[in-house]
Design a protein around this ligand. Structure first.
Ligand SMILES: [Zn+2]
Length: 74
């Protein structure tokens, strides 16, 4: 299912010595509507990481999250 986006931002990051990059952060409503799903991506030279997590315990247990999507765990 698709999640509803509530906020997104991109912030400049001066980097770790290999040039500057950015940090992308997107917030979505979790499937039950009581919490949020956060998507964070660090796009910095030499340091690339993607992080997706939910602030809602129930949905975190029930779903697997992608960028703006949720999939029921089997
Ligand atoms: Zn929830």
């Amino acid at each position: 299912m698709k999640l509803q986006e509530v906020d997104s931002s991109t912030s400049y990051h001066s980097g770790y010595g290999a040039g500057s990059g950015e940090v992308i952060r997107e917030e979505y409503k979790c499937p039950c509507g009581n919490g949020k799903v956060i998507y964070e991506k660090d796009d910095i030279p030499g340091f690339k990481e993607t992080n997706i997590y939910s602030t809602c315990k129930e949905c975190d247990e029930k779903f697997e999250f992608g960028r703006g999507t949720a999939k029921e765990k089997k």
